[in-house]
Design a protein around this ligand. Structure first.
Ligand SMILES: [Zn+2]
Length: 440
């Protein structure tokens, strides 16, 4: 990495991913003794392809050096006699070698040298030797000497035919066939639905009493609608518009009404469906929409609900020794999640303004969890209640963010500005997820 011009700090970061570091942990406010963590990159680690590319670059440099000093001779191609020695692609490398035993010996030395310096191993069992204009016996003998396999042209590389006549239509037929199949699979599948993220797709239903959620066509369990996932079953349901409460009773048992009983392939699908909905229990609460595309916001709401927001009072409960658990901004109350996001001076102001914007009065007795799940007190359309939910979550998140900026970075914070931020963020998000261009 040094040779490739990476800076000291960057190299240090990469190295620290691979080296062991001693660790101390805070348990109930006191430190444990030091222990060592084992580190390294496993298969599948997002870092490993990058490290592999760096190492493969070593092989590239090594080959170039060998070509430049005439130790290794590639093949000349075309009327301009361009010399091609090798083509690396991901974890594959193709070598083009002028047919001479000297050349092969040097190639083997070069690969050996690469193995020794990089610690990577060339898999000769998976490597193949092809001869162009060389008879098959000779290719076989050479392959045996090199310890690899041999094959004849044409062969397929990355799905393309190599070595067949590229101007012949027949040699492209398999490729065209493959593409046609891919495209028609793609058209037939669910993918077409997911191309445009529609407004409703960014929500899923959280099931309460199951009265307001369509069993087959609303998104309430798993990652897509049951209609898309279990097409065959959907077709044999007597009522395609059945609600969740029509198909699941209060004990979580299925209430099925089939045109004909699931048999054969639908039998298997039916079992899968039963497994999928097995955990669903109906409760005395209306179904509500849950925002899925929240990113930071969604994570924030989840943390708030689980009381994982590190307010001073929560830290104090975990036994961490703090001098003072009162709110650093107003000193009116202890710093709890509800205080931070709802009742502290600025947050309360922001919430009142947001409610005002919708022509509502804020109920002062709510706690933050109720705030995140409650429906507004006025009747709203389905889309209206989704926007409402998105707004409440966005507002909570922005209050928390602004508050932290205020406490830790001394950044000034005013409620009217936060109201604007809520409006802008909400508008940005809605216009991204649907075609509404104006919010009243
Ligand atoms: Zn406060």
């Amino acid at each position: 990495m040094e040779f490739m011009g990476f800076g000291v700090r960057w190299r240090h970061w990469i190295l620290s991913c691979l080296k062991s570091t001693p660790i101390l942990v805070l348990v109930n406010g006191s430190l444990t003794s030091e222990f060592k963590l084992e580190r390294g990159v496993r298969q599948g680690d997002p870092l490993s392809p990058f490290l592999f590319i760096l190492t493969a670059e070593g092989l590239n440099a090594l080959t170039k050096a060998a070509v430049n000093s005439n130790l290794f001779v590639g093949s000349e191609i075309g009327s301009d006699k361009i010399c091609v020695s090798h083509l690396p692609y991901a974890d594959d490398t193709i070598y083009f070698v002028e047919w001479s035993s000297q050349n092969f010996r040097n190639l083997m030395k070069l690969l050996k040298y690469f193995e020794l310096t990089s610690g990577l191993k060339v898999n000769y069992k998976k490597s193949k030797l092809y001869g162009v204009g060389v008879n098959n016996c000779e290719v076989e003998t050479m392959a045996k000497q090199l310890g690899c396999d041999f094959d004849t042209l044409p062969f397929e590389y990355l799905g393309l035919p190599i070595g067949s006549k590229s101007n012949k239509i027949s040699s492209w037929e398999p490729v065209i066939e493959k593409f046609t199949k891919r495209l028609s699979d793609w058209k037939a599948g669910d993918h077409i639905d997911s191309i445009g993220v529609s407004f409703k797709d960014s929500f899923s239903k959280s099931i309460g009493n199951g009265y307001n959620t369509r069993f087959w066509s609303d998104n309430w369990v798993g990652s897509s609608t049951l209609k898309n996932r279990f097409r065959r079953l959907f077709r044999i349901d007597r009522d395609p518009n059945a609600m969740v409460k029509d198909r699941i009773n209060r004990n979580g048992c299925g209430l099925w009404e089939w045109i004909r009983d699931p048999a054969g392939r639908t039998r298997g699908q039916f079992q899968e469906l039963c497994d999928l909905i097995a955990g669903t229990r109906l409760i005395d609460k209306p179904d509500s929409w849950v925002w899925k595309l929240g990113g930071n916001v969604e994570f924030f709401v989840w943390r708030t609900r689980k009381k994982r927001i590190p307010s001073l009072i929560e830290l104090d409960k975990r036994g961490i020794d703090l001098h003072n658990v009162r709110c650093p901004l107003c000193d009116d109350d202890v710093e709890s999640v509800d205080h931070d996001i709802l009742f502290c001076k600025h947050p309360f102001d922001v919430w009142s303004k947001v409610f005002n914007w919708w022509g509502l009065n804020m109920a002062s007795s709510l706690c933050i969890n109720e705030m995140f799940t409650a429906s507004p007190s006025i009747a709203m359309s389905e889309v209206g209640s989704m926007v409402w939910q998105a707004m409440i979550w966005t507002c909570g998140y922005l209050i928390w963010w602004n508050r932290n900026q205020n406490v830790y970075n001394n950044k000034c914070w005013t409620p009217p500005v936060t109201l604007c931020e809520v409006q802008v963020k909400l508008f940005e998000w809605i216009s991204k997820s649907c075609k509404i261009k104006k919010i009243e």
